[in-house]
Design a protein around this ligand. Structure first.
Ligand SMILES: [Zn+2]
Length: 192
């Protein structure tokens, strides 16, 4: 699956929103990736998980680890396709942990997966989980990378979709200049 095909899947799912958005960074943008439109569509998510699994098929992955919330669905699915086990990192007291008796064997080869790479916070927390357990991080796989290649985990990174989301300060935002109403993603009533 190439980047254009991945973009079509995002668009078909309605996961690539166009309008005028205030990002969590406070910056304004004309585009926003809403991961939950993807996880609502197993038919569109499946080929993307297959693509991630394909890219790590020869990496000797033993465990696929994903962060709550949507990362659980991805970790489960990619692990199922690779024929390996999955683990899920949950937040507890400001830290991400394996809970509910989940274990990670020392030396196990772990692939970390997540939905959309923005600042990389959740992926970094998963990498810390891998390191705390003495396991081996073999790579990071995401559905969408909107960081513009700015994030380096020090390990092989694969993104099914790479998209450069341009962001502006309020002062230099062209949509603000046109007087376009702004939406805060994660709330209801998004313009598309
Ligand atoms: Zn604006």
């Amino acid at each position: 699956m190439n980047n254009d095909e991945a973009l079509q899947l995002f668009e078909r799912a309605g996961a690539l929103l166009r309008g005028h958005f205030k990002l969590s960074s406070g910056l304004h943008s004309a585009e926003y990736l809403e991961k939950f439109r993807l996880v609502e569509r197993p038919d569109l998510l499946e080929p993307m998980c297959e693509e991630l699994a394909r890219r790590f098929a020869s990496a000797g992955v033993e465990i696929v680890l994903g962060p709550t919330t949507a990362g659980i669905i991805l970790a489960y699915n990619v692990a199922r396709i690779l024929g390996v086990e999955a683990r899920y990192a949950e937040q507890e007291a400001g830290e991400r942990k394996l809970r509910r008796g989940q274990e990670l064997r020392k030396g196990a080869r772990v692939l970390v997966v997540d939905d959309i790479l923005t600042t990389g916070g959740a992926v970094r927390e998963c990498i810390e989980v891998v390191q705390r357990h003495g396991a081996v991080l073999v790579g990071v796989g995401v559905l969408g990378d909107r960081s513009g290649g700015a994030i380096d985990f020090g390990v092989h990174l694969e993104a099914v979709l790479e998209v450069k989301v341009e962001a502006f300060t309020q002062e230099e935002c062209p949509m603000c200049r046109e007087g376009m109403p702004i939406n805060q993603p994660g709330t209801r009533g998004l313009a598309v």
